[in-house]
Design a protein around this ligand. Structure first.
Ligand code: NAD
Length: 302
């Protein structure tokens, strides 16, 4: 049993923290939303009045084994960890810090460097899998940090996920996540284009999907997340594009991927096009739809 402070109990953090409580850990939580905190209290977590109080737990001298954060963006992560009143200044080397938020790699590296100066183990550990996987405890974690920190981190991450990867030093988890989601966007759009082209030429989308799945066009979008309505009963496409994984989140992740590409001088033209299409979907008011709804952009072309 470990003592864990969990900061950020939104759509992802809430079910992740709940899984830690169920696994028998002593979990102290904090979120700006009292309602989110109450949901965790109902499951047996202790609610703190601030992030600082969460890392101190019940006694002022007491230090937690892990601090885990699941926050919207880099500014929130820098805000809670850095500076004189930040959490790092209140922790010691016995605590391991795991930031599971999807944020820009430079902020992860900055927090990682500040933690290293204080002798505190830090990992960026963004996740793949979405809300359903967070609830089921089957997330994939992509970790960036020292090997020794990874060894300590994987013990607790295993109670929230099933695939735990060490991608490299601090920031590497964010880079891995950016690479994966850029590729996901590209093969989703490619799958939509292929299906739409087949349908406009008289093919049945289910038959065409079967053909491509048995051929070299096979990919994850076709395999488990077919974007054409009616092909896969449980896919968002067959349920009015209810998410799933929202267009807004894909657009955010592609923005982070574009930053990684430009910071490292990569000419990622397909990734840029993918981002443009997702921003266009947001502008069309579809930010809250599932990301496979990119098919509707092709349909609208008439
Ligand atoms: P969310 O908006 O539902 O939750 C964020 C939570 O953080 C909110 O409850 C908010 O009140 C809290 N918060 C913000 N600032 C805070 C602060 N200073 N102190 C304490 N709490 C604070 O977001 P989410 O969907 O849970 O996503 C969290 C992260 O996970 C994001 O970085 C997102 O990109 C990533 N992610 C989300 C999904 C998904 O499907 N939702 C999938 C993979 C990764």
């Amino acid at each position: 049993m470990a003592h864990v402070a969990f900061i950020g109990l939104g759509n992802m953090g809430g079910p992740m923290a709940a899984n830690l409580v169920r696994a028998g850990h002593s979990v102290t939580v904090f979120d700006l939303s009292a309602e989110a905190c109450q949901q965790l209290a109902d499951l047996g977590a202790t609610v703190a009045a601030s992030a600082s109080e969460a890392v101190r737990a019940a006694e002022p001298a007491f230090r937690v084994d892990y601090v885990i954060s699941m926050l919207p963006a880099g500014k929130h992560v820098a805000g809670i960890y850095l500076g004189e009143n930040g959490l790092l200044a209140q922790l010691g080397p016995e605590t391991t810090v795991l930031d599971c938020s999807t944020i820009d790699a430079p902020t992860s590296r900055e927090v990682g460097a500040a933690a290293a100066q204080l002798g505190i183990g830090f990992m960026d550990a963004p996740v793949s899998g979405g809300v359903a996987a967070a609830a089921a405890g089957t997330l994939a974690f992509m970790c960036g940090g020292e090997a020794a920190t990874f060894d300590k981190a994987r013990v607790i991450l295993a109670d929230m996920g099933k695939n735990i990867f060490h991608a490299g030093p601090a920031g590497a988890g964010q880079v891995a996540k950016g690479c994966n989601n850029m590729l996901l966007a590209i093969h989703m759009i490619g799958s939509c284009e292929a299906l739409e082209m087949g349908v406009r030429n008289g093919l049945d989308p289910a038959v065409l999907s079967e053909i491509m799945l048995a051929s070299s066009g096979r990919n994850w979008s076709l395999e488990v997340y077919n974007p054409y309505p009616g092909v896969m009963e449980k896919a968002p496409a067959s349920n009015g594009y209810k998410p799933g994984f929202m267009v807004d989140l894909m657009a955010k992740d592609l923005g982070l991927a574009m930053d990684i590409a430009s910071q490292s001088g990569v000419d990622n033209q397909m990734g840029q096009l993918a981002r443009e299409l997702y921003v266009r979907l947001q502008e069309a008011g579809m930010g809250q739809q599932d990301f496979s709804s990119v098919l509707t952009l092709l349909e609208r072309k008439g």
